[in-house]
Write a protein that binds this ligand. Structure first.
Ligand code: HEC
Ligand code: HEC
Length: 488
């Protein structure tokens, strides 16, 4: 009897130890799993401001991040879904030599390496002064080469393809790297299936991107207000369509002048608000840490506020430019260097394509402001009033902002000074060779057609009518005006 009792209590004791052992193992395994799947590795902020703008994380890896190795192999696995040869580069991303990722792509370890985007993916310009030259990248300019729509569609189309499965992806990943045992298991059973599911979930929100009657946005354009409408406030799809050029966002302190509003149609009150809304768009969810998030926003506001526009890279005839200033003062300054600049103006004053105006309403602004407020973020926000037309833009660094007008329907400044009926009806966007004669990018010819996307002014939201200012000036005055515009 006593022996039995001893045996039993010995048994229970052993069981207790085993149980405790398992518990400890469970905790350690759980902690290890957390570390390998979720733990955010914090790195010091990049100290060089331009480098930080180009490659620094703004926190988008949490909810919008794509696991690094999936991101790496997708272009290899689905080349037929890319807009051209050369993998990721075919989207027109700005890729500096020797860098692991293009400008505007960030890499961060949250458990495992993830890739996401920052502002520089859309706000970096590039140009070449001659054919046999590497591109010069200019931050924070306009990425006139980026095929954003193709990039959005690529990720969803890849996820929809039955070849997007763990076996195929693991095989492809094994050709480029050797994952350790944990990552092999995690990628196969968690990361790949979850990524597929999350990319597929995007498809429903992308209905308008796939909507057949709408033409392609083309390189350098983004239907930004519709993106905000469908993603931030979950509005039902309507029939509006208004892709615009990515704008250059240097020298933002010019918007400190009272009464100015921002975005092409004056939708938003101030830089702080636009930066918050743009960053939330990139995060795709509420920020994990509001203080950290607003820290990035304030840094960006300061950086973008100070950043000067780039200098024209070719020679300028100073006497001709001087003469051009008089032409500008007489014909252009009343809107572009006055208390009208950057302020709301009725569409009838310039009569350019109105489709962009119809993409956004007062009700949308109210809903978006509410959504941001619910994140606990205070900002002046979007203008809660119907849109009227396009703001006359400030013209700083205008030489590098081609093609011109809010939707980029006019390839060069010389074309803009030409009556609408004589402006190019079909041209190619997204080639970065500069044309100093016409002031803009080369937009026709074999190379422009090879790398660019075709722009046809008869398509929806692409009309090149309106803004006829300066079109009847004598040729000598146009030349002088063009020379002056290069100096801005
Ligand atoms: C996906 C491309 C894309 C990304 C990423 C992006 N932007 Fe933009 N941004 C745009 C487009 C397009 C517009 C013009 C929208 C319109 O008016 O139709 C714009 C407008 C702006 C403007 C207004 C410029 C002016 O003169 O009125 C600012 C400022 C700006 N963005 C800052 C940022 C910042 C800061 C970030 C990162 C937090 C960012 N953007 C990320 C595409 C982008
Ligand atoms: C009555 C006001 C007004 C006058 C005068 C005017 N503009 Fe404009 N300008 C605008 C508005 C508004 C826009 C935006 C239109 C759009 O994007 O659809 C614009 C757009 C532009 C753009 C395109 C900017 C960009 O980022 O693509 C350029 C360049 C320009 N104007 C140059 C000129 C020149 C040069 C003159 C004089 C010959 C001139 N403008 C006269 C109102 C004016």
């Amino acid at each position: 009897m006593a022996d039995d009792a001893r045996k039993t209590s010995g048994f229970w004791r052993r069981l207790k130890w085993i149980g405790l052992g398992l518990l400890v193992f469970g905790l350690v395994a759980g902690a290890y799993g957390y570390y390998r799947l979720m733990y955010e590795h914090r790195e010091p902020l990049i100290s060089d401001p331009d480098e930080r703008f180009k490659y620094g994380s703004i926190g988008a890896e949490h909810d919008a991040g794509i696991p690094y190795w999936i991101f790496y192999v997708l272009p290899r696995m689905f080349p037929e879904k890319l807009p051209g040869p050369n993998g990721l580069a075919s989207f027109g991303v700005a890729w500096e030599q020797g860098r692991e990722l293009p400008i505007g792509f960030t890499k961060k370890k949250i458990g495992f390496d993830r890739v996401a985007n920052n502002c520089a993916s859309c706000h970096t310009s590039s140009y070449r002064t001659k054919v046999d030259e590497n591109p010069s990248f200019v931050v924070p300019g306009a990425n006139h080469r980026l095929d954003l729509q193709a990039f959005f569609r690529f990720l969803v189309d890849a996820a929809k393809d039955p070849r997007f499965n763990a076996d195929n992806l693991m095989r492809e990943i094994a050709t480029v790297t050797e994952l350790d045992w944990f990552d092999r298991l995690a990628y196969r059973f968690l990361i790949i299936p979850i990524t597929k599911k999350r990319l597929l979930e995007r498809e429903a929100q992308f209905a308008w991107i796939y909507h057949e009657p709408f033409p392609q946005w083309g390189r350098g354009r983004d239907d930004a207000m519709n993106l905000t409408k469908y993603f931030m406030i979950g509005a039902p799809m309507d029939n509006s369509f208004g892709p615009t050029d990515m704008p250059a966002i240097w020298n933002l302190k010019k918007y400190d002048a009272p009464g100015t509003t921002m975005n092409w149609a004056g939708d938003s009150h101030d830089a702080y608000s636009v930066i918050i809304d743009s960053a939330l768009g990139l995060l795709g969810a509420a920020p994990k840490d509001s203080d950290e998030f607003l820290g990035h926003v304030i840094w960006l506001q300061d950086y973008l506020g100070q950043k000067p526009p780039p200098k024209y890279p070719f020679a300028i005839d100073a006497a001709l430019a001087d003469a051009g200033k008089a032409v500008f003062d007489a014909n252009c300054a009343s809107c572009h260097a006055s208390d009208k600049t950057g302020r709301r103006m009725a569409l009838a004053a310039v009569a350019t394509d109105g489709e962009r105006i119809a993409t956004w309403t007062k009700a949308n602004a109210i809903a978006a402001n509410k959504a941001v407020q619910e994140f606990g973020i205070e900002r002046k926000g979007l203008v809660e009033a119907p849109l009227e037309g396009y703001n006359p833009p400030f013209l700083d660094g205008i030489w590098l902002r081609a093609p011109y007008l809010h939707h980029g329907a006019v390839p060069t400044l010389r074309d803009l000074l030409t009556p609408p009926a004589e402006r190019p009806k079909v041209f190619w966007r997204g080639y970065d060779l500069y044309d100093p004669v016409n002031v803009g990018f080369v937009s026709d010819g074999a190379e422009a057609q090879r790398v660019g996307s075709k722009f046809d002014v008869s398509e929806r939201a692409s009309g090149n009518q309106g803004h006829e200012f300066g079109t009847t000036l004598p040729p000598g005055e146009k030349d002088a005006l063009l020379e002056y515009l290069k100096t801005l």
